[in-house]
Design a protein around this ligand. Structure first.
Ligand SMILES: Cc1ncc(COP(=O)(O)O)c(C=O)c1O
Length: 249
């Protein structure tokens, strides 16, 4: 973030932080989402606070706050949401061509109660993370890089990088092997430039970004939920270690 801030300052750029995976994260003591001009969170079902769909934008700038509120509700003047309040009907005006991006009260009532559990869940995921690190350290894969002391990592995803040279199977076969053991997995992510839409839009071809492609072929995310029991974690460790040992060249 220091480097990003330097670049933004030098070129008069605006920083929007994507904190979809980083509600718990800190950078040199500062919470992610509060470093740039705007911080955006996702409350989609795969995240650490969930309202089904929806999210949140944070900023300390009153001007942005006002415009976000207007744009999120049909471009109507800021008081529009309480136009039917107990104080009687109030006129509203449409001042911009806005969107329908407001969070509903029902969604908010689901999310607000989860805020108090964020730290407890984070702690549990850190425990699982440490167990995975220990179990997979010496196998045909790379465990996630050690976390810099100046950072607080959200421990949202646990990605292993398979050492394909040391294995007789590719990543997708590895996923099927785990699937047969009833272990859910994810891939974060396939390289953006190889998705058909972006490949066409930007004229990208395989081989253009070898590092992203190498990671895209090797990465696999393991179950990492605070709701995993110790027994579930044992099952994941057993299935992953079993497959990596069995398919070792
Ligand atoms: C890193 C990242 N950023 C942004 C998003 C988008 O979030 P939403 O679907 O709530 O708009 C996601 C969703 O999966 C994500 O993983």
């Amino acid at each position: 973030m220091d480097i990003i801030e330097e670049i933004a300052k030098a070129h008069d750029l605006f920083i929007v932080e994507d904190c979809a995976h980083a509600i718990e994260s800190k950078y040199k003591g500062r919470s992610t989402g509060t470093i740039g001009n705007l911080g955006c969170y996702s409350f989609y079902v795969t995240k650490n606070v969930i309202t089904g769909e929806g999210g949140m934008v944070v900023t300390d700038n009153d001007e942005y706050t006002e415009r976000i509120k207007i744009m999120a509700l049909h471009g109507m003047t800021k008081d529009a949401w309480n136009r039917f309040s107990d104080e009687g009907y109030k006129h509203y005006q449409v001042v911009e061509a806005g969107f329908k991006y407001n969070m509903t009260d029902i969604q908010a009532s689901l999310g607000i109660h989860q805020l108090g559990r964020v730290e407890t869940y984070h702690k549990r995921r850190q425990e699982i993370w440490a167990r995975y690190d220990q179990a997979f350290e010496k196998l045909a894969c790379k465990i996630p890089a050690a976390i810099d002391r100046q950072m607080r990592h959200s421990s949202h995803l646990y990605p292993l990088l398979l050492d394909l040279d040391a294995l007789s199977i590719d990543r997708d076969t590895f996923l099927s092997v785990l699937d047969k053991e009833n272990i859910g997995t994810g891939v974060h992510y396939l390289p953006v430039h190889l998705h058909p839409f972006y490949a066409k839009l930007l004229g990208c071809r395989p081989g253009e970004h070898p590092l992203a492609e190498a990671i895209g072929q090797r990465t696999v995310s393991l179950p990492l939920s605070a709701k995993l029991s110790d027994r579930d974690v044992d099952d994941v460790i057993q299935a992953v270690s079993g497959a990596l040992n069995y398919f070792k060249r």
